[in-house]
Design a protein around this ligand. Structure first.
Ligand SMILES: [Fe+2]
Length: 240
Protein backbone atom coordinates (compact mmCIF):
# COMPACT_ATOMS: atom_id res chain seq x y z
CA UNK A 1 0.00 0.00 0.00
CA UNK A 2 1.52 3.30 -1.05
CA UNK A 3 1.27 6.69 0.68
CA UNK A 4 -1.69 7.83 -1.43
CA UNK A 5 -3.61 4.69 -0.50
CA UNK A 6 -2.79 5.17 3.22
CA UNK A 7 -4.03 8.80 3.35
CA UNK A 8 -7.74 8.14 4.04
CA UNK A 9 -6.90 5.86 7.01
CA UNK A 10 -4.42 8.32 8.48
CA UNK A 11 -6.90 11.20 8.09
CA UNK A 12 -9.59 9.18 9.80
CA UNK A 13 -7.25 8.37 12.66
CA UNK A 14 -6.33 12.08 13.14
CA UNK A 15 -9.97 13.06 12.95
CA UNK A 16 -10.87 10.46 15.57
CA UNK A 17 -8.00 11.63 17.79
CA UNK A 18 -9.10 15.27 17.44
CA UNK A 19 -12.72 14.51 18.37
CA UNK A 20 -11.53 12.49 21.28
CA UNK A 21 -9.31 15.39 22.50
CA UNK A 22 -12.16 17.89 22.09
CA UNK A 23 -14.51 15.60 24.03
CA UNK A 24 -11.90 15.28 26.74
CA UNK A 25 -11.45 19.08 27.00
CA UNK A 26 -15.21 19.63 27.12
CA UNK A 27 -15.57 17.05 29.87
CA UNK A 28 -12.81 18.76 31.91
CA UNK A 29 -14.42 22.20 31.45
CA UNK A 30 -17.76 20.81 32.64
CA UNK A 31 -16.10 19.32 35.70
CA UNK A 32 -14.41 22.70 36.49
CA UNK A 33 -17.71 24.58 36.12
CA UNK A 34 -19.42 22.09 38.38
CA UNK A 35 -16.66 22.46 40.99
CA UNK A 36 -16.82 26.30 40.93
CA UNK A 37 -20.59 26.17 41.13
CA UNK A 38 -20.38 23.80 44.13
CA UNK A 39 -17.86 26.05 45.90
CA UNK A 40 -19.95 29.16 45.37
CA UNK A 41 -23.05 27.37 46.58
CA UNK A 42 -21.26 26.16 49.69
CA UNK A 43 -19.91 29.66 50.34
CA UNK A 44 -23.34 31.22 49.87
CA UNK A 45 -24.89 28.62 52.22
CA UNK A 46 -22.27 29.30 54.87
CA UNK A 47 -23.29 32.97 55.05
CA UNK A 48 -27.01 32.38 55.52
CA UNK A 49 -28.44 34.04 58.57
CA UNK A 50 -25.46 36.41 59.07
CA UNK A 51 -27.10 39.80 59.32
CA UNK A 52 -30.04 41.18 57.43
CA UNK A 53 -28.34 42.57 54.31
CA UNK A 54 -29.16 40.98 50.98
CA UNK A 55 -26.11 42.06 48.97
CA UNK A 56 -24.68 38.53 48.72
CA UNK A 57 -27.77 37.18 47.08
CA UNK A 58 -27.62 39.87 44.42
CA UNK A 59 -24.03 39.14 43.34
CA UNK A 60 -23.34 37.05 40.24
CA UNK A 61 -21.39 33.93 41.18
CA UNK A 62 -18.14 34.64 39.40
CA UNK A 63 -17.97 38.21 40.77
CA UNK A 64 -18.41 36.91 44.29
CA UNK A 65 -15.64 34.42 43.63
CA UNK A 66 -13.23 37.25 42.80
CA UNK A 67 -13.50 39.08 46.15
CA UNK A 68 -10.20 39.64 47.93
CA UNK A 69 -9.54 37.62 51.12
CA UNK A 70 -10.40 33.94 51.02
CA UNK A 71 -12.03 33.85 54.42
CA UNK A 72 -15.56 35.20 54.79
CA UNK A 73 -14.85 35.85 58.46
CA UNK A 74 -11.86 38.07 57.55
CA UNK A 75 -13.90 40.01 55.00
CA UNK A 76 -16.70 40.53 57.50
CA UNK A 77 -14.25 41.67 60.19
CA UNK A 78 -12.70 44.25 57.84
CA UNK A 79 -16.11 45.45 56.64
CA UNK A 80 -17.27 46.07 60.24
CA UNK A 81 -14.08 47.97 61.11
CA UNK A 82 -14.35 50.05 57.95
CA UNK A 83 -18.05 50.80 58.49
CA UNK A 84 -17.22 52.21 61.94
CA UNK A 85 -14.30 54.18 60.52
CA UNK A 86 -16.49 55.61 57.76
CA UNK A 87 -19.06 57.04 60.20
CA UNK A 88 -16.31 58.44 62.44
CA UNK A 89 -14.61 60.14 59.49
CA UNK A 90 -17.94 61.57 58.35
CA UNK A 91 -18.55 62.85 61.88
CA UNK A 92 -15.16 64.61 61.85
CA UNK A 93 -15.94 66.09 58.44
CA UNK A 94 -19.12 67.58 59.91
CA UNK A 95 -17.40 68.76 63.10
CA UNK A 96 -14.70 70.61 61.16
CA UNK A 97 -17.43 72.31 59.13
CA UNK A 98 -19.12 73.38 62.38
CA UNK A 99 -15.82 74.81 63.60
CA UNK A 100 -15.21 76.45 60.20
CA UNK A 101 -18.54 78.24 60.46
CA UNK A 102 -18.75 79.12 64.15
CA UNK A 103 -15.17 79.93 65.14
CA UNK A 104 -14.59 83.41 66.65
CA UNK A 105 -11.53 85.33 67.86
CA UNK A 106 -8.11 86.57 66.73
CA UNK A 107 -7.32 83.30 64.94
CA UNK A 108 -10.57 83.37 62.98
CA UNK A 109 -9.15 83.64 59.47
CA UNK A 110 -6.36 81.01 59.58
CA UNK A 111 -8.61 78.62 61.50
CA UNK A 112 -11.57 79.20 59.21
CA UNK A 113 -9.39 78.18 56.26
CA UNK A 114 -7.58 75.38 58.09
CA UNK A 115 -10.85 73.80 59.24
CA UNK A 116 -12.15 73.80 55.67
CA UNK A 117 -9.01 71.96 54.50
CA UNK A 118 -9.42 69.49 57.34
CA UNK A 119 -13.11 68.95 56.53
CA UNK A 120 -12.15 68.15 52.92
CA UNK A 121 -9.53 65.68 54.16
CA UNK A 122 -12.03 63.78 56.37
CA UNK A 123 -14.68 63.71 53.63
CA UNK A 124 -12.19 62.32 51.10
CA UNK A 125 -10.88 59.78 53.60
CA UNK A 126 -14.43 58.61 54.39
CA UNK A 127 -14.92 57.96 50.68
CA UNK A 128 -11.71 55.92 50.44
CA UNK A 129 -12.59 53.62 53.34
CA UNK A 130 -16.30 53.39 52.50
CA UNK A 131 -15.41 52.13 49.03
CA UNK A 132 -13.07 49.49 50.50
CA UNK A 133 -16.19 48.03 52.17
CA UNK A 134 -17.64 47.60 48.68
CA UNK A 135 -14.45 45.90 47.43
CA UNK A 136 -14.95 43.35 50.19
CA UNK A 137 -18.48 42.52 49.09
CA UNK A 138 -20.62 44.48 51.53
CA UNK A 139 -22.72 47.64 51.28
CA UNK A 140 -21.79 50.64 53.41
CA UNK A 141 -24.04 52.93 55.45
CA UNK A 142 -23.03 56.61 55.61
CA UNK A 143 -26.47 58.07 56.30
CA UNK A 144 -26.60 61.02 58.71
CA UNK A 145 -28.88 59.02 60.98
CA UNK A 146 -26.36 56.17 61.08
CA UNK A 147 -23.48 58.57 61.76
CA UNK A 148 -25.43 60.16 64.64
CA UNK A 149 -26.39 56.77 66.09
CA UNK A 150 -23.13 54.84 65.73
CA UNK A 151 -20.15 57.23 65.65
CA UNK A 152 -17.76 56.93 68.57
CA UNK A 153 -16.62 60.56 68.22
CA UNK A 154 -18.27 62.91 70.77
CA UNK A 155 -20.55 65.51 69.24
CA UNK A 156 -19.41 69.11 68.67
CA UNK A 157 -21.21 71.73 70.78
CA UNK A 158 -23.72 73.98 69.02
CA UNK A 159 -23.19 77.73 68.67
CA UNK A 160 -20.14 80.00 68.55
CA UNK A 161 -16.79 78.73 69.81
CA UNK A 162 -13.66 80.73 70.51
CA UNK A 163 -10.58 79.98 68.47
CA UNK A 164 -8.69 78.16 71.22
CA UNK A 165 -11.81 76.30 72.39
CA UNK A 166 -12.38 75.05 68.87
CA UNK A 167 -8.80 73.77 68.66
CA UNK A 168 -9.11 71.88 71.94
CA UNK A 169 -12.49 70.42 71.03
CA UNK A 170 -11.09 69.13 67.76
CA UNK A 171 -7.86 67.90 69.37
CA UNK A 172 -9.90 65.72 71.73
CA UNK A 173 -12.08 64.37 68.92
CA UNK A 174 -9.31 63.68 66.41
CA UNK A 175 -7.38 61.89 69.18
CA UNK A 176 -10.32 59.47 69.52
CA UNK A 177 -10.01 58.75 65.81
CA UNK A 178 -6.22 58.38 66.04
CA UNK A 179 -6.59 55.63 68.66
CA UNK A 180 -9.21 53.88 66.54
CA UNK A 181 -6.99 53.97 63.44
CA UNK A 182 -3.97 52.49 65.27
CA UNK A 183 -6.21 49.77 66.73
CA UNK A 184 -7.61 49.00 63.26
CA UNK A 185 -4.10 48.72 61.78
CA UNK A 186 -3.28 45.99 64.31
CA UNK A 187 -6.64 44.24 63.78
CA UNK A 188 -6.22 43.98 60.00
CA UNK A 189 -2.47 43.62 59.49
CA UNK A 190 -2.60 39.82 59.16
CA UNK A 191 -6.08 39.26 57.77
CA UNK A 192 -6.36 42.16 55.30
CA UNK A 193 -2.97 43.75 54.46
CA UNK A 194 -4.28 46.18 51.78
CA UNK A 195 -6.73 47.70 54.28
CA UNK A 196 -4.06 47.78 56.98
CA UNK A 197 -1.63 49.58 54.65
CA UNK A 198 -4.25 52.16 53.72
CA UNK A 199 -4.93 52.69 57.42
CA UNK A 200 -1.23 53.39 57.94
CA UNK A 201 -1.48 56.21 55.39
CA UNK A 202 -4.46 57.54 57.33
CA UNK A 203 -2.55 57.32 60.63
CA UNK A 204 0.31 59.34 59.16
CA UNK A 205 -2.10 62.07 58.02
CA UNK A 206 -4.06 62.09 61.32
CA UNK A 207 -0.82 62.41 63.31
CA UNK A 208 0.04 65.43 61.16
CA UNK A 209 -3.43 66.93 61.64
CA UNK A 210 -3.10 66.62 65.43
CA UNK A 211 0.32 68.26 65.40
CA UNK A 212 -1.05 71.10 63.26
CA UNK A 213 -3.94 71.62 65.68
CA UNK A 214 -1.59 71.66 68.68
CA UNK A 215 0.82 74.11 67.05
CA UNK A 216 -1.98 76.69 66.70
CA UNK A 217 -1.99 77.00 70.49
CA UNK A 218 1.59 78.31 70.59
CA UNK A 219 2.57 81.99 70.70
CA UNK A 220 3.77 83.45 67.42
CA UNK A 221 7.57 83.69 67.62
CA UNK A 222 7.56 82.12 71.07
CA UNK A 223 9.60 79.15 72.24
CA UNK A 224 6.71 76.82 72.69
CA UNK A 225 4.65 78.89 75.15
CA UNK A 226 0.88 78.68 74.81
CA UNK A 227 -1.09 81.70 73.59
CA UNK A 228 -2.26 84.05 76.43
CA UNK A 229 -5.92 83.09 76.20
CA UNK A 230 -5.06 79.44 76.73
CA UNK A 231 -4.44 80.45 80.37
CA UNK A 232 -8.19 80.71 80.84
CA UNK A 233 -8.42 76.98 80.20
CA UNK A 234 -5.67 76.18 82.72
CA UNK A 235 -3.32 75.08 79.97
CA UNK A 236 -0.61 77.72 80.49
CA UNK A 237 2.56 75.88 81.55
CA UNK A 238 4.14 79.15 82.75
CA UNK A 239 1.68 79.14 85.66
CA UNK A 240 0.46 82.72 85.03
FE1 LIG B 1 -17.05 78.05 53.91
Amino acid sequence: MNARQLFPFVSALFAFGGISAAQDAEQKANQTDARISREVTVRADSTKGQGQSNEKGAQPKRIEDSYPLTSDADREKSAKILQQLTVDLLSLFNQHKEAHWNVNGPLYLPLHEFYQEQADFYRTSADTFAERVLHLGYSVDGRYSTVARTSGIPDFPAGYVTDNESIKLLLDRVTVLQKEVYRDIRETEKSDPPTSNKLQDLAYAVDKNLWQLRIHLKKPGGLGEDLPWVTQQGRDRSGK
